[in-house]
Design a binder for this molecule. Structure first.
Ligand code: ADP
Ligand code: ADP
Length: 224
């Protein structure tokens, strides 16, 4: 089965006396090793879709399946566990902890999960090396460039070996050359690790380099 499957997702918000239908029958599958670009104008429902796929929000109707298992009838506690174990998030702004080094930031999700410090450090070092940041591991976020900060954030997002990577404009804050470099690092990691990735972007050059492009139109997912 695909890593992520959305089936007939509906999400409505109350709007005065009426309601605003943000998603109205959205269907989407993302498979292992696949990178899907989500390109749509502001207000189209991209964040809502990412939040539902990331189990941060429940749909009003429809089903979310992770690795073929429906998470609809699952308790909030179990959804949190699935999110921690199976889903990594990258945002436009890195949200790294400023008082910790790059290495410590990448270790953090593993320590929270209860892994021994030595094991967490070994994996964090491997991921930082993979992101070509071996020489930067003892730097704090403020001592890193924007592109380096985002590569640390990507390493942190995959530290717990998730199945699905969700990214909201991961290169939106970077100049075009750096954006391409960061995207290449992300794509290499996704493909090498057999992750599935759904990436919101406004950068059409980058979207063209992903495996598929989708948009949201009338609350439905449409292939571009
Ligand atoms: P995008 O990420 O594509 O800009 P969003 O998913 O953030 O779109 O929002 C889609 C629409 O839903 C927007 O019109 C927004 O104002 C509305 N919306 C989002 N979240 C809420 C909410 N919690 N309550 C009411 N309306 C919301
Ligand atoms: P370990 O030796 O602890 O198993 P690895 O060095 O094999 O760690 O990899 C650490 C993580 O880095 C992998 O689990 C994977 O998610 C990611 N990774 C993916 N491809 C590579 C690669 N070619 N080299 C190193 N790490 C990779």
């Amino acid at each position: 089965p695909p890593v992520l499957r959305l089936q007939g997702i509906e999400r409505h918000y109350r709007e005065g006396a009426g309601r605003l239908s943000v998603l109205s029958g959205a269907d989407l599958s993302v498979s292992t090793g696949e990178i899907v670009a989500l390109v749509a104008p502001s207000g189209a429902g991209k964040s809502t879709l990412l939040h539902i796929a990331g189990l941060l929000e429940r749909p009003d109707k429809g089903d979310v399946l992770i690795d073929g298992n429906s998470v609809t009838a699952v308790t909030d506690a179990d959804r949190t566990a699935i999110r921690r174990n199976k889903i990594g998030f990258v945002y436009q702004f890195h949200h790294l902890l400023p008082e910790f080094t790059a290495l410590e930031n990448v270790m953090m999700p593993q320590l929270i999960r209860g892994l021994p410090r030595k094991e967490a450090a070994t994996r964090a070092e491997a991921l930082l090396a993979y992101m070509r940041l071996a020489e930067r591991k003892n730097h704090r976020p403020s001592e890193l460039s924007g592109g380096e900060q985002q590569r640390v954030a990507i390493a942190r997002a995959v530290a717990n070996a998730p199945r699905l990577l969700l990214a909201d404009e991961p290169t939106g804050n970077l100049d075009p050359t750096t954006a391409h470099y960061v995207f290449d690092a992300l794509a290499a990691l996704v493909r090498a690790s057999g992750l599935a990735a759904l990436i919101v972007t406004h950068n059409m050059d980058l979207a063209e380099r992903m495996d598929r492009r989708i948009t949201l139109s009338g609350g439905k997912v449409v292939e571009l």
